[in-house]
Design a binder for this molecule. Sequence first.
Ligand code: MN
Length: 255
Amino acid sequence: MKQHSTIKVTVAALGVLMFLSHCQQPTKGTTSQEELQAIFPKGELGPAENFTGQAWNTGLVANDSTLNMVVGNVYFEPGARSNWHTHPAGQILVITDGEGYHQIKGQIRQTLKKGDVVQCPPNVTHWHGASPAKGMQQLYIIPNTEKGIVEWLAPVTDEEYSSPTRHVSKAGERVLPHFIVRGTKDLIADHAMVQRYDDVLKAAGQPASYIQVEDAGHAFFDWKPDATTRATFARYGVPYAAQMQNFFNGIFSKS
Ligand code: MN
């Protein structure tokens, strides 16, 4: 962008948009009409204590003491996913159709498509499942079953399933860069969660700056010049106004 003093962002012109809780209205996945191509039988419905939504499992190679291996296929319907879990000896996933995700705890989730191969290391907490709009079919291979097959943990909540990438628009569609402010006393959005959002934005090629406001109880995710958010920023954001201004000036002053 051209260097121009009028582009410089003034604090008065910007307000902080949306409390995080307002950002998290669930979006309904549209059920795809398109059926995945079934290679294996659909199998049995996975139990609700280990899966959210409809996930169908069919065993292909049963465990025995010669190979010490389990092979099977899971068909996740749109929005369906496993609980968080670990495999004592690891796991290999081969995606045979559809679209979904794999996420290791504390890391950005990975999008999976037909032909992708995932190696889940032993004893690492993770989940896998379908995208909201499209199901996913995955072949799984669990080696060294004498060490164990799976340890089930808590369900992947709707918030974990959709956050943070749902909030990240494509870099080219975004006019203003992100200046993310979090109150240190925010009980809904903890630091790790906001940091992941910042990481995702940067990984998507978007300029972003994340700072925390001491003693404030809300997290703010974006900019919007409405009266409510301006007033909130005036209350909590004043000590950080200079940092914000430097951030925006640094971006808009780039030649
Ligand atoms: Mn797994």
